[in-house]
Ligand binder design. Structure first.
Ligand SMILES: [Zn+2]
Length: 263
C-alpha cells in the first residue's frame, strides 16, 4: 500500500481546515516526478471533501476499520530524498550553521536547511568511475587501447560510469553555503544520471548549460553533514548534502500559522 503527498496551492491551501481524515476527491492534479512521485494542485484542479459517489463508501469503511492503522510506503523516495527533519536534527538557518561552528568538532555534525540553489558549478560536475559493482574508483582513458583503466580492478572498460561530484552554492535569507553533492544527491538535483548529463555535455553544450541553469533558484530542504577537513595546511569545513527533499509548503505554512496563533 502506498501513500503519495499532494501539495495544495493558493486559496485551497490557505483555507484548508479539515479534520478527522475526510475522504477527499481531486480532479486534474499535476504529477511531479521529483525524487519519486508527488502531486500538486493547479488553478484548474478541483477538490471535494466527503464526496457522495459509490467509490467513497467502501474507502470510508476500510479506513475507519483497518486503514487508519495501515502502514503506507511512500511514493516519495528513491536514492537521495527523504522526509524533512529525519534523523532528529532541527531546521536551521545558514547563519546558525556558521555561528554554531558546526563541523568543527571531532565528529561530523548533521543539520537541515531550507535553501535556494544559487549556482551549480558546471566544471568537474562528475568524474569517470569504474563500472564494476561497488568499486567507484576513478578510471583513466588509456590512449593506446582506448579503454578506461581501473587501477583497483586492474581492468580496462569500453566506457566509464560517470558519478556526480558537484559543488553548488545555496542560500537563504541569512547567508550562503557551498554544498557538495555526490552521486545519489547530485542526480536528485539535476533530475538525471551523471552518465546522461555528461553525454549531453559532449553532444549539446547549450542544452547542458540550460539544464543546469534551470535548477537555479529552486528551493529545497537539504540535510547536510558538516566536517572540517585539512587541505594545504588550512582547515575548512566541508558541507556535504546527504539527502534532499521538496519542502512541504502546506506543513510549513501550518507550522507558521500555529506559531502566529500562539501569540
Ligand atoms: Zn574498479
Amino acid at each position: 500500500m502506498y501513500s503519495v503527498r499532494l501539495t495544495l496551492w493558493g486559496a485551497n491551501a490557505v483555507q484548508f481546515n479539515m479534520h478527522d481524515n475526510p475522504i477527499l476527491a481531486f480532479k486534474n492534479v499535476r504529477v511531479n516526478d521529483f525524487g519519486g512521485r508527488s502531486l500538486s494542485t493547479l488553478s484548474t484542479s478541483s477538490m471535494v471533501a466527503n464526496i457522495d459517489i459509490p467509490e467513497a463508501y467502501p474507502l470510508r469503511s476500510w479506513y475507519d476499520g483497518q486503514g487508519k492503522m495501515a502502514h503506507f510506503q511512500s511514493y516519495a523516495g528513491g536514492g537521495g530524498s527523504l522526509t524533512a527533519g529525519q534523523g532528529g536534527d532541527e531546521l536551521k538557518t545558514i547563519s546558525q550553521v556558521k555561528e554554531e561552528n558546526l563541523g568543527n568538532g571531532d565528529k561530523p555534525d548533521y543539520f537541515t536547511i531550507d535553501a535556494n540553489i544559487i549556482f551549480i558549478k558546471s566544471e568537474n560536475l562528475a568524474y569517470p568511475a569504474c563500472p564494476s559493482e561497488s568499486c567507484n574508483k576513478k578510471v583513466v582513458l588509456d590512449s593506446s587501447s582506448q579503454l578506461w583503466h581501473c587501477e583497483q580492478c586492474q581492468k580496462g572498460f569500453p566506457s566509464p560510469k560517470y558519478r556526480y561530484i558537484m559543488s553548488m552554492s545555496a542560500s537563504d535569507t541569512t547567508g550562503n553555503l557551498w554544498l557538495q553533492c555526490f552521486d545519489d544527491t547530485g542526480s536528485v538535483v539535476l533530475g538525471t544520471s551523471a552518465n546522461e548529463i555528461m553525454e549531453l555535455h559532449d553532444s549539446n553544450r547549450e542544452e547542458f548549460d540550460a539544464r543546469i541553469n534551470r535548477r537555479n533558484f529552486l528551493k529545497y530542504r537539504f540535510r547536510c553533514r558538516a566536517k572540517s577537513e585539512v587541505y594545504n595546511d588550512t582547515s575548512r569545513v566541508r558541507y556535504t548534502v546527504v539527502s534532499i527533499s521538496e519542502i512541504d509548503f502546506v506543513a510549513e505554512s501550518m507550522r507558521k500559522f500555529k506559531i502566529i496563533e500562539s501569540y
